[in-house]
Design a protein around this ligand. Sequence first.
Ligand SMILES: [Fe+2]
Length: 216
Amino acid sequence: MTVPAALPLPAPVPAETPAIAPLRDFVVAFGTLLDQSPDEARIREEGSALLARLVARDDWLPEAFAAPHPTYYQQYLLHADSTERFSIVSFVWGPGQKTPIHDHTVWGLIGMLRGAEYNQPFALDAAGRPVPSGDPDRLEPGAVAAVSPTIGDLHRVSNAFDDRVSISIHVYGANIGGVHRHTYPEDGPRKPFVSGYSNTTLPNLWDRSKEGRRSA
Ligand SMILES: [Fe+2]
């Protein structure tokens, strides 16, 4: 059977994959991991492998969530799980910027995307003051590190560069911007803090219109 030449051809189905797709794939994979109710060690191990895959490429983070601030490091929420089992945040370090010494109270994974950063662990001495615990790790793009109350929860993170921006992607076992936790001044008692986020809108992970038709 031949198709009459007068019939219009159907519009081609776009096949391009949006740049944000690696982040969406990570969200889906991480949720699937947590659906299996893994213990924390398995989350760290298998979650780190997923995060390593995400930060193995640096072509998916939208510019709006990679923008530095001249004074403050930025923490952009990229995704929060609907039941707040996990959240994903891009940390953007301007030249020379660093966090205070702080805890998390939940597990956290750090994946280096761009530039480099120093991750200095701390422990509390008998007086409750933070003291460095070992040497700082220098994280290069593709590297993943972990924190948690069970393996060491205090650290300070700083941009390894004083002349350019660095970015790391963090995953936490809670909606981290709303978690009540602490900073640890070196000369005084710990202070409560809730970090919040630097952004008010999130990247759209879910527009599949440019990916063609999904099979059911
Ligand atoms: Fe941290």
